[in-house]
Unconditional design. Structure first.
Length: 494
């Protein structure tokens, strides 16, 4: 037997083996164009080279009609169940997904293809390959049959692809379907949080390989519900009873195919029951905590938090003054903000006066449970007088009495007193850390009138200078010495 005759026999066997395989070629997905780009021309050319290799290719129009009937727009939407259904309806053995991952033209002509073959029986991937061609790397020896154009390079890549698959067909694995004849694509349960056994709305989107079952049933610890078919394709929905008991509860799905066939999907989803208020906490990260009141002068930062993961419907924030009047309100139909900052202003962004204020945060979860937390604040502007200064006489001697300002909540941390003559000469200095304080004025200053200045620093970091009128050093009266300067010096540091 001649070698030429033997080659003819081998070629005939390969063609016979390939022709027994029927292939569905999906539209080529072109990533170089856009996420949804399709190359119809390349798809048809790929089908032609497969047919030249002896494969039986499903006609393009039949494949396209299946995609339209099933609302499939791109190859990325082909899952294992869809591949099985496509193979059954188009009578094919496999479904080929092809993607162009790289393409260039003109001087740097190149193309890269990624191929995935899905088994028509199991829907699983049974073969894959990547073909990369560059016009400078795909030239034959001696230049015979040289690739000159982009079209030549593309045809070379397609022929290489077809040859790879044709050679692999005899060795393709035979797999039986290991997945069920249905696929759950979406589950919608509203609301996910309920109280006191209120029902929830359940919608299941599910696709079937062939015929739909007789009916679908949802089962919970509170009972079962038969889902009705929705107007939305492949959707079933209904009201589901819930347990009044706090905690998380599973939802199971039963697929009734017939009297003798039943599929059960345990723990399809879960709903949650909460009969208690949301555990809300308010963390104040700036300011000074004094007697369960947070003092600040410039701004204060609050971090609202739930102590457990619970979906909220809305929140509302109110700030009230000492008399209970609401001066600021804000809220949203959303979860809690990560961070709140209050700069001591009202709803019109006007700076508020020194005093005590209460911030009330209210929250409602999606089940309707409500809770609120109140936090007390004390606003002390940075230029607020901290010390009252008065001149007193005791046993004929002159003293300066330093007292905290009226209703002063933030304590003074340090003070510094200076006495000057009307000409500006410093004659006495004194520093202290506690209030009230009584400072004796030395008798040897030899001045009838003095000017007193006090620099005060509080625990918020505010630094205020207070200048008084002239002090009368005579011994016939006592009077208040304080008179604030017009330009107080201050700074706030958090």
């Amino acid at each position: 037997m001649s070698s030429c005759f033997i080659c003819l026999i081998v070629s005939a066997l390969l063609v016979t083996s390939a022709s027994a395989y029927r292939l569905t070629v999906m539209p080529v997905h072109d990533l170089t164009a856009s996420r949804s780009g399709l190359d119809v021309t390349l798809t048809k050319q790929l089908s032609d080279v497969f047919q030249q290799q002896g494969l039986d290719v499903v006609p393009y129009q039949k494949m396209l009609a299946f995609l339209v009937d099933n609302s499939i727009r791109r190859s990325g939407e082909i899952d294992s169940l869809t591949a099985r259904r496509m193979a059954q309806q188009l009578n094919s053995d496999g479904v080929l997904l092809t993607t162009i991952t790289e393409r260039a033209i003109h001087r740097q002509s190149k193309i890269a293809l990624t191929l995935v073959l899905l088994d028509g029986e199991s829907g699983e991937q049974i073969w894959g390959a990547t073909v990369c061609d560059h016009i400078n790397d795909s030239q034959p020896l001696l230049g015979i049959g040289r690739l000159e154009t982009d079209g030549d390079l593309k045809q070379h890549s397609l022929r290489t692809t077809a040859a790879l698959l044709s050679a692999k067909i005899p060795d393709l694995p035979q797999r039986e379907a290991s997945l069920p004849d249905y696929r759950i694509t979406d589950i919608d349960l509203k609301p996910v949080l309920v109280r006191n056994g209120n029902p929830v709305f359940c919608r299941v989107q599910i696709k079937f390989l062939n015929q739909a079952p007789t009916y679908l049933e949802v089962e919970t610890s509170a009972g079962s519900t038969i889902l009705r078919k929705s107007r939305i394709p492949n959707c079933y929905e209904g009201q589901v009873a819930t347990s009044p008991r706090n905690g998380s509860h599973p939802v199971h799905l039963k697929i009734h195919w017939s009297k003798d066939k039943l599929d059960t999907v345990d723990n399809l989803t879960r709903y949650h029951v909460a009969n208690t208020p949301p555990p809300l906490k308010m963390h104040v990260t700036t300011g000074l905590n004094i007697e369960e009141t947070y003092a600040f002068s410039d701004s204060v930062v609050i971090l609202p938090r739930l102590e457990e993961d619970r979906p909220l419907d809305r929140w509302q924030l109110m700030i009230k003054d000492r008399e209970g009047k609401t001066i600021l309100t804000e809220g949203k139909n959303a979860s809690l903000p990560e961070r709140l900052e209050w700069r001591g202003t009202d709803a019109y962004n006007h700076r508020l006066e020194t005093g005590r204020y209460t911030m009330i945060m209210q929250v409602w979860d999606v089940a309707g449970n409500r809770n609120q937390v109140a936090t007390k604040f004390y606003l002390q502007p940075a230029n607020q007088d901290m010390i009252n200064i008065s001149q007193v006489q005791i046993d004929g001697k002159n003293y300066l009495k330093l007292l905290p300002a009226q209703d002063q909540l933030v304590p003074v941390e340090q003070w510094s007193l200076e006495l000057e003559t009307p000409e500006g000469n410093s004659v006495y200095n004194k520093t202290g850390w506690e209030l009230p304080s009584l400072v004796a004025i030395p008798v040897n200053l030899e001045a009838d009138r003095l000017i007193c200045s006090v620099q005060a620093l509080d625990r918020l970091g505010n630094n205020v200078e207070i200048k008084t009128a002239q002090l009368d050093m005579s011994n016939d009266h006592e009077r208040v010495a304080q008179r604030p300067s017009q330009n107080s010096l201050w700074s706030a540091d958090f």
